[in-house]
Design a protein around this ligand. Sequence first.
Ligand code: PDD
Length: 296
Amino acid sequence: MQPDLFPLLQDPALQQAIASINGATMPLSEARIPALDRGFLFGDAVYEVLRVYRGRPWLFNEHMQRLAYSLGEIHLAGINLDRLRQRILQVLAQSGFAEAMVYIQITRGAAPRRHPFPAGAVPLELFYVQEFDDPYIEARRAGVQAMTFPDLRWQRCDIKSTNLLGNVLARQAAAERGCTEALFCRPDGTVSEGTHTSLFAVASGRLITPPRGTAILPGITRSTILSLAGRLQVATEERPLFQSQLRSFTELFVTGTTSEVLPVVAVDGAAIGNRQPGPITRRMQEAYREMVSGEY
Ligand code: PDD
């Protein structure tokens, strides 16, 4: 018997969570991955995070499409995404969770440790479903502090890869400074996104977000916010945001599947606007909430 390597898994929410590995379901605390899995050894894996509201996976199609894109970009073929989707719905129904999160990760599977793709490896399809106790309620109301941090990541941030060390180091630096999010600054002077969120700014009443490309993840909440802004007749622009301009924006917010719309009221200690969530941020928060609760 191994010593207990997973003391943090004693958390009650995780005790209830259900995992599925290539179709076999088990309590998450009992899920085990082979030591030679390439996701573990090389970060040779992609992932998705979905939110479940009132028992239904939110923007399920969009997340599965992005997963298909990530799989395609890392040349990981042969994953049956329809079957994966059915399995997620089954496990979710079995869990009985209404407010939940689904984490999905596909790796190139276990093989002798050599860099090229292994012939004949069976990809590992892991997902787990966990009840979601929203940690951002107060942060959405009051807004959060953020800091800037160098973007140390690789050059394909459009792929949702599990290589997240650049994100982890930035988010840890933020935590050590009492900040909720770190915003990535690139050598060209632009600010691209957060460690796990997309970035929006407001200037002259217009909502601005960096353009799609290899520097950012194409956030699903980001595109939802852009289309909601269109419906609300808030002008939008997809263009680079520069670090030197940050303090001149009247509002700033970040978006993500679990964060939703999170106002940023200070960056590197300097106030954004009057250090309160601004009017466009509030409108976007409300519209997003209405959409989630089915009023759109
Ligand atoms: N993060 N940018 C990065 C780098 C992200 O990791 C994420 C999502 C986003 C927002 O994307 P979306 O709106 O599709 O969630 C932007 C997930 C939630 C995570 O790693 O936990």
